[in-house]
Design a protein around this ligand. Structure first.
Ligand code: NDP
Length: 248
């Protein structure tokens, strides 16, 4: 693992107790950062995560928050401002998929995916930026997906939300660059988490055939790229999308 030093930095990771977000949160903790890990409702996973990271208890906070709820996000940041001096890094990672072909897609399948994946990025970034501006420093990283560029059948809602994240981040990067805040995306390919565990084995096999490295990635491999974009030395990278796909 490349070694980074995030000591003294405050980092918020949404969806930070499971899957890719958990690996990101743990990588920041290992690098000395103070982490606020947000989860939606899976208390069991959150408790397992907390338990596993007992050694970092003084630098780890767990918060239950629905990132698609604008008012709840506003409250979260209001409280955060009283708890920390400066917010250095936001990783907007929380995401869901509710796959269905467009002809059968319910309004709820459409709306819940857009709200959780895209509208949450607006709300989480809005208040993060407000806290970062005064310090003229910040790193905002959104976890997007190749689905947003390539499109996949049954994923019109998910692909639209992921493409929207890239466009959002590009615009945000232009807005906040003068204040030394960078905004980037990381686009993981197929990563072995609960997220894709439900795919039938046939489909998993077919997907693997399309990957240059012929394997799914690990959450830790995604985390390594997030930490690079989040470090101070990545100061001249903004508005970009780093592909972590094993070569799709
Ligand atoms: P998981 O399903 O393993 O974990 C999702 C996390 O997001 C959980 O911590 C969950 O909380 C949290 N979450 C979901 N909805 C909300 C919400 N409304 N408010 C707050 N937190 C929420 O997903 P992955 O780790 O696999 O995926 C993480 C990100 O990476 C997603 O944005 C996904 O689109 C993206 N991605 C994943 C790929 C993959 O192959 N796995 C490929 C490309 C992109 P809780 O534990 O409480 O449910």
């Amino acid at each position: 693992m490349i070694s980074y030093d995030f000591s003294g930095q405050n980092i918020v990771v949404t969806g930070g107790t499971r899957g890719i977000g958990r690996a990101i949160a743990e990588a920041f903790l290992a690098a000395g950062g103070r982490v606020v890990a947000i989860y939606a409702g899976n208390r069991q996973a959150a408790e397992a995560f907390t338990d596993h990271n007992r050694q970092f208890a003084d630098r780890l906070t767990i918060r239950q928050l629905d990132v698609s709820d604008y008012e709840a996000v506003a409250d979260f940041y209001q409280k955060l401002e009283t708890e920390i001096e400066q917010l250095h890094v936001l990783v907007s990672n929380a995401g869901i998929r509710r796959d269905n072909v467009v002809g059968m897609m319910t309004r709820d399948e459409w709306q819940s995916v857009l709200d959780t994946n895209l509208t949450s990025l607006y709300a989480m970034s809005k208040f993060a930026v407000q806290q970062m501006l005064g310090h003229r420093y910040g790193r905002i990283i959104a976890i997007t997906s190749p689905s947003g560029q390539l499109g996949f059948p049954g994923q019109a809602n998910y692909a639209a939300s992921k493409a929207g994240q890239v466009a959002f981040i590009k615009s945000l990067a232009r807005e906040v660059g003068r204040k030394k805040i960078t905004a980037n995306c990381v686009s993981p390919g197929f990563i072995d988490t609960d997220f894709i565990a439900s795919l039938p084995e046939e489909q998993r096999k077919a997907y693997r055939q399309n990957i240059a490295l012929r394997r799914f990635g690990t959450p830790e491999e995604v985390a390594a790229c997030v930490l690079f974009l989040a470090c101070e030395q990545a100061a001249y990278v903004t508005g970009s999308t780093l592909q972590v796909t094993g070569g799709i």
